[in-house]
Design a protein around this ligand. Structure first.
Ligand code: PMT
Length: 408
């Protein structure tokens, strides 16, 4: 969060009836601490999960909840007059459906039809419910009308299922508000940032490939954060199931060779390069142009060859950008990361342990240690990938400033 960016800004937080309603308390508390003026609107079902009093204590005033409360003003109108931005977190299937179809049967759904400022919906619900045709159609409808729909996070859900449907963390919600309010910082303005993300796929035949579990979340979070800071960002992405980050040029590729070509095509036009992609180190020497048959075979021997080292190639460019890599390790994390930093000629490396289930590949969280070319180490606690991206970009900005001072 940018210091002072939300100070004095007028935000309406809508809370609807899902288990994640308790997380809205942290959002409201964070916004209040940042100096924002916050009004909270709760639905009747939200009050089944969190007491009105909790929000009233946090904002130091009454919570809006009753369409028919005796007041001097019409509250749905006064809320709209007040708001510079609105976020509904969590947004249930019910409020999404009502908003999409113009149904106004309580204070929040009525006020939503009056707001003319940016509106953000943060859906949170069971994975199957989220994926259902009506909910998806309603989300599409809202998105087409300019409502900002936040991507739900993945993990264990209240119902016990695993999957997509969790409310994103507070940092992501606050960033979305900053974005909507146009208060994103401009600390990377004028700089061109190239990020790689996701896995690569190395084909064996038209239907099989060698790959890894990278979801792209770490690289996408970095691209989104760099764009939020005003950078001109290009994201070269392997095959992932994520939507394009706002304000980022996305180039989609399949294999390591394609990623290499897309990166090399931008030589000389980049100020900062961040290699978050899990690039396959090996590819089959030959890829069959038809499906390999199993008949009559108990074994298949593959001959593999190395793929191009994309990041080492970037570190050899002249002029050379600031080059930041990741080390995905399963043992001797820091020693191996230092070795990679030196061997590939990097300015900074983020070491992460990919043998863990709670961080690294596919998760919404990560835990990194940053090591720079002088050997200085900075350890960070486990954080959301959005927060990790913020920490990495803070360090990149420090290194750029140091480079400018020394005339590099
Ligand atoms: O995508 P997620 O699910 O969010 O997971 C995030 C992540 C674990 C993939 C990410 O945090 C990460 O660690 N990315 C780098 C993965 C990797 O390939 O690490 P490595 O230690 O094998 O490679 C070191 C560096 O060289 C990396 O910056 C990598 O992008 C780069 N590399 C590797 C091989 C190659 N042929 N070309 C490269 O540029």
């Amino acid at each position: 969060m940018d210091d002072g960016a939300l100070n004095g800004r007028r935000i309406v937080v809508g809370v609807t009836g899902g288990i994640a309603a308790y997380k809205a308390c942290d959002l409201v508390s964070t916004l209040v601490k940042a100096g924002a003026q916050v009004r909270v609107v709760m639905t009747r079902n939200a009050e089944r999960f969190v007491g009105r009093l909790t929000f009233e204590a946090l904002i130091g005033g009454p919570v809006s909840h009753d369409m028919w409360a005796e007041r001097a003003d019409m509250e749905h109108i006064s809320l709209a007059d007040f708001a510079e931005a609105v976020i509904v977190a969590p947004a249930t299937a019910n409020i999404i459906g009502k908003y999409a179809h113009g149904i106004a049967d309580d204070l929040l759904s009525t006020a939503l039809l009056v707001f003319t400022c940016p509106v953000i919906m943060a859906p949170a619900m069971n994975t199957r419910m989220l994926g259902s045709a009506p909910v998806q159609a309603n989300l599409r409808l809202l998105s087409e009308r300019g409502v900002r729909i936040l991507e739900p996070a993945e993990g264990r859900l209240a119902c016990g299922d695993e999957g997509v449907g969790r409310l994103p963390d507070t940092a992501t919600l606050v960033e979305a508000l900053e974005d909507a309010l146009g208060v994103a910082s401009d600390s990377l303005a004028g700089l061109r940032v190239l990020v790689t993300a996701g896995p690569t796929r190395e084909p064996l035949d038209p239907v099989r490939f060698l790959s890894n579990p990278s979801s792209g979340k770490m690289g996408y979070a970095l691209a989104a954060e760099a764009a939020r800071r005003g950078g001109a960002v290009t994201l070269v992405s392997g095959p992932v199931a994520l939507s394009d980050p706002r304000g980022v040029e996305v180039v989609r590729v399949g294999s390591a060779e394609e990623m290499h070509e897309a990166v090399q095509a931008r030589a000389g036009t980049v100020d900062v390069f961040i290699g978050a992609a899990a690039v396959a180190d090996w590819r089959p020497v030959e890829a069959s142009d038809h499906k390999l048959k199993k008949t009559g075979r108990e074994e298949l021997t593959l001959r593999l060859q190395r793929t191009p080292d994309i990041i080492a190639g970037v570190a050899a460019w002249e002029p050379r950008p600031l080059v930041v890599g990741f080390a995905a390790e399963t043992e001797e994390l820091l020693a191996h990361a230092e070795e990679k930093l030196r061997a590939k000629g990097l300015d900074l490396i983020a070491a992460n342990d990919v043998s863990r289930l709670d961080v690294g590949f596919t998760t919404d969280a990560n835990e990194i240690t940053l090591i720079d070319a002088t050997g200085t180490r900075s350890e960070f606690p486990i954080m959301s990938k959005a927060e990790v991206a913020g920490a990495i970009l803070d360090r990149i900005e420090e290194l750029l400033a140091r480079g400018r001072e020394s005339g590099r």
